[in-house]
Design a protein around this ligand. Structure first.
Ligand SMILES: [Fe+2]
Length: 322
C-alpha cells in the first residue's frame, strides 16, 4: 500500500490514521529505499524538498517520518535544522530539560498522568508554528501522543452549544495560572516561576510576564499568579482553509487547583459545556503508536496534542519552531 511521491520519500500508512476533510492525518513518509534510511540521506531529502515538506505539514496538519534510523538528540537536531525554520524558545509550565542545541525533553511530569490536549504555548502572543517530536525510546504500553484537528472541535461545539460558544467568543476569555515558588517535578505543571520565565529575579520575571501582555500577582507563598486576558476562543489562521481553530485551553485550565478559565467579565463557563468539550476532543483525537526513530511534525496552528499515561521507559524529545 505504498506509492512513490515522486520525491525522496515513499508514502506509508500507520495505525490510527484518519481521513479528516479529505486529508490523511498523519501523512506517513518512509525512506524511498532501505539504503536511504540513514540520517544523512534524510537530511539531504528534507533540504532538497523544503518547500514541498512545509506544504505537506500545512495540508495534512501532521507528518510522520517513519522507518528512518535517527537514534538520538544529535540526529534529531540535524533533522530539525534541515527544515530551515527558526527556533522558538519554550515558555510555559511544563518541566523540560535542555538536551542538545534545539532539542529538549518533552514534558517530564509523571508518566502516569494524562497531559491534556493543547496547542503549544496557546496563551502566549507568539506560538510555535511547528512542534516536532522524536521518539528515542518507545513506551512499552500507552504513552501515545494523540492529536486533534482543532477545527473539528469548533464545528462540534457549535453544533451542540451554539449560544455558549458565541457568548464566549463575543466576550473573550480570561485565564489565571499559578507557577509555584520552585520547581516541583512531581507535578506535570510544577515548573517554578524561575524556570517558567527563565530568570531567578522576581522583578525580571514580572517584567517578562508583562512584556508578554499578561498581568502579575505575587502570592504569599512565593508563587506567581499570571492573569491572561483577553484571549479568544477560536482563531482563523492564514492558509488553513478558513478553518476556525479551537485555539484556547478552556478544558485544560477550567476549575483547576492552580488555574482557571472564565469569560473576561468573570462569567463562569458552565461545567457541562467544558466536560462535553473534553469528550469531543477525545472523540476527535487521532492515536498512533510510537516506534523508535519516529519524527512527528505538527502544524501547531491546526492541531491540539496531548500525552496518554505511559509505562516506563519512554523518551520523547521535542523541538519547537517559528
Ligand atoms: Fe505540548
Amino acid at each position: 500500500m505504498e506509492s512513490s511521491t515522486g520525491k525522496d520519500f515513499k508514502i506509508g500508512e500507520c495505525q490510527g490514521q484518519k481521513v479528516v476533510d479529505g486529508e490523511v492525518m498523519p501523512l506517513v513518509l518512509l525512506p524511498p529505499e532501505p539504503a536511504k534510511a540513514d540520517t544523512e540521506s534524510l537530511v539531504a531529502a528534507l533540504k532538497k524538498n523544503r518547500e514541498w515538506f512545509d506544504q505537506m505539514i500545512i495540508k495534512n496538519s501532521a507528518v510522520l517520518l517513519r522507518g528512518f534510523d535517527g537514534k538520538n538528540a544529535e540526529d534529531f537536531n540535524e533533522i530539525v535544522e534541515a527544515c530551515g525554520w527558526d527556533d522558538i524558545r519554550y515558555i510555559g509550565p511544563a518541566p523540560r530539560t535542555h538536551i542538545y542545541k534545539r532539542v529538549w525533553t518533552a514534558n517530564e511530569g509523571p508518566l502516569s498522568e494524562f497531559i491534556y490536549y493543547h496547542h503549544e504555548m496557546v496563551l502566549f502572543k507568539e506560538n510555535p508554528k511547528k512542534v516536532i517530536l522524536f521518539c528515542e525510546v518507545p513506551p512499552p504500553e500507552g504513552g501515545e501522543t494523540p492529536f486533534v484537528p482543532s477545527f473539528r472541535v469548533t464545528e462540534r461545539m457549535l453544533e451542540e452549544f451554539p449560544e455558549e460558544v458565541e457568548e464566549m467568543e463575543k466576550k473573550g476569555l480570561m485565564y489565571t495560572f499559578t507557577a509555584p515558588s520552585a520547581n516541583n517535578t512531581s507535578s506535570m505543571r510544577g515548573r517554578g516561576w524561575q524556570d517558567a520565565f527563565g530568570t531567578p529575579d522576581p522583578a525580571e520575571a514580572e517584567r517578562r510576564v508583562k512584556a508578554m501582555g499578561m498581568d502579575v500577582e505575587w502570592l504569599p507563598d512565593g508563587g506567581l499568579k499570571t492573569i491572561i486576558r483577553p484571549r479568544s476562543l477560536t482563531r482563523v489562521f492564514e492558509g488553513r482553509k478558513g478553518r476556525r481553530m479551537w485555539y484556547n485551553t478552556v478544558v485544560g485550565m477550567h476549575g483547576k487547583e492552580i488555574s482557571s478559565a472564565t469569560m473576561i467579565d468573570g462569567t463562569e463557563i458552565p461545567d457541562h459545556v467544558v466536560k462535553r468539550c473534553g469528550e469531543i476532543l477525545d472523540e476527535e483525537s487521532i492515536q498512533f503508536k510510537w516506534e523508535k526513530g519516529d519524527v512527528l511534525f505538527f502544524d501547531n496552528m491546526a492541531l491540539l496534542h496531548g500525552r496518554r499515561p505511559s509505562l516506563p521507559p519512554r523518551k520523547v524529545l521535542v523541538a519547537t519552531c517559528k
